[in-house]
Each structure stands twice: as structure tokens, then as C-alpha cells.
Design a protein around this ligand. Structure first.
Ligand SMILES: Cc1cc2nc3c(=O)[nH]c(=O)nc-3n(C[C@H](O)[C@H](O)[C@H](O)COP(=O)(O)O)c2cc1C
Length: 228
């Protein structure tokens, strides 16, 4: 059954306001970095909840919002997650990752140790929901991976704009999160995002970022380049 239609409009915004706002946003967002050294300074729960509300406003396939955000702040659970993540990461770094992958990670300087999983005040574990039960019926979701990715993008941006640091973490494989957090069968671990403030002595790798001109093309057609 189609739903009723409601009017939709946006606030009237034009250049130069759009340009100024865009530049300010660009400056703010390019200052975002993945944080691997967190402070244990507490985060106001309401601020985290606002960032999660913003994440939950993301578009989703067939409007299913096929994601679950499991917030972990219990020290015992965090420790359990750290132990399991480090066991998988140790195996990956020592045996599973091919040379090429290890070489790609070298400039970032990561290893199997993940102390931030216990130090960051919150771990937001995002699950994508491939299917769920509606009464007795198993209901499939559409584009769960793309939708969960968008929700995570909204979340990372919201945290950054609210002054909170995050890490996009993917201890691989992540099935231990399904077990530890007792998730139902249709939910698949998607990302593990520690959230908090950077430690006072936090550093990040001085990475070269691919410029937009290498990622952007206009009006592509074979044999023709128009993005000069
Ligand atoms: C899908 C995805 C998975 C990632 N997994 C990890 C991870 O497991 N551990 C980690 O330290 N960083 C991880 N990162 C963070 C990247 O290393 C980081 O985004 C990249 O080096 C660029 O640095 P920046 O986020 O500071 O700009 C991941 C990022 C993405 C998007």
C-alpha cells in the first residue's frame, strides 16, 4: 500500500552562503583522523546518543534501516572484546595476511595490539541486518551492506562534528562480536567503532591523501577525458 505524500522543501540556500559553508565543512572534515590512542575521559552519553540518532537518519534500502548499533561501555565486556579481537588480529598479522596487505598497512603502523578497545569509553559495534523475523516470517532486507555503510558514514561525521574521535576498526574475522554480544542469526558484525577523546599525547600517521582530482571524473566516456 503506497503511503501518503507530504510536502518536502529545503531551506533556501545559495552561493555565497553555500560556498562559505562548504569550505568550513571541508576544513572541519579534512581534520578528521582515525584515532588509535584514546583517553579514558568520559563522554556525555547524550552526545553519543545524538550522534547515533544522526546515524540512524541515514537512507537505507527499502527504508529498512538494516543496522543495529550495540553500544558497549561495560569494562568486562570491553576486555572480552579486546582479548578476542587481539587473538584474531595476532593470527592475521602473523599468518593470515598476505605480504601485499602487510605492506599496505606498514605506513599506518598498526599491529595486533588493541589497547584502545579497553580505554575508549564507548565501543559502538555496528551490525548489518541481512534478515529479521517479523512474527513467524523471515523478512529479507535490501542492500544491508550499503545501508550500514551509509549509517556508519553519518555516524563518523556526526562524532567528528561533535568533537569526538573515532576509529573505523575491522578486526578480521569479526564473528566473535556476534557471539560475545549474543546477536541473532540475521545480524552480521559490520564495524567496531571506538568513540571518545584522543589521549593528550595522541599521534596519527602523517599519511599522503589521494587528491580529489585522482578520484573524480566528469562525464566519462571511452577515450574522452573531460575533467581538466
Ligand atoms: C572499512 C575500513 C576498515 C578499517 N579497518 C581498520 C582497522 O581494522 N584498524 C585500524 O587501525 N584502522 C582501520 N581503518 C582506518 C584506516 O586505516 C584509515 O581510515 C586510513 O588509514 C586513513 O586514515 P584517516 O582515517 O586518519 O584519514 C579502516 C578504515 C576503513 C574505511
Amino acid at each position: 500500500m503506497p503511503v501518503d505524500l507530504v510536502a518536502y522543501s529545503m531551506p533556501a540556500r545559495e552561493p555565497p552562503w553555500q560556498i562559505d559553508r562548504g569550505r568550513a565543512l571541508l576544513e572541519e572534515m579534512t581534520a578528521r583522523r582515525s584515532c588509535r590512542c584514546f583517553s579514558d575521559r568520559p563522554v556525555d552519553r547524550q552526545v553519543l546518543e545524538l550522534a547515533l540518532e544522526i546515524a540512524h537518519s541515514a537512507p537505507s534500502g527499502a527504508n529498512r534501516k538494516p543496522w543495529r548499533f550495540v553500544v558497549v561501555d561495560d569494562p568486562t565486556l570491553k576486555k572480552e572484546i579486546r582479548i578476542a579481537a587481539e587473538a584474531e588480529e595476532r593470527e592475521s598479522y602473523d599468518r593470515r595476511m598476505p605480504r601485499q596487505w602487510l605492506d599496505a598497512l606498514e605506513p599506518i603502523g598498526t599491529n595486533w595490539e588493541k589497547p584502545f578497545l579497553e580505554i575508549a569509553p564507548y565501543l559502538v559495534v555496528v551490525f548489518r541486518i541481512d534478515w529479521e523475523m517479523s512474527g513467524e516470517k523471515r523478512v529479507k532486507n535490501y542492500y544491508p551492506a550499503e545501508s550500514a555503510g551509509l549509517a556508519c558514514g553519518f555516524f563518523l561525521m556526526a562524532c567528528h562534528m561533535l568533537g569526538l574521535a573515532t576509529l573505523t576498526h575491522t578486526p578480521s574475522p569479526m564473528n566473535f562480536l556476534h557471539t560475545i554480544l549474543k546477536r541473532p542469526a540475521g545480524e552480521k558484525p559490520y564495524l567496531l567503532i571506538p568513540v571518545g577523546y584522543p589521549a593528550d599525547d595522541c599521534t596519527v600517521p602523517d599519511l599522503r591523501k589521494k587528491p580529489l582530482c585522482e578520484a573524480l571524473q566528469w562525464n566519462c566516456s571511452l577515450g574522452k577525458q573531460t575533467n581538466e
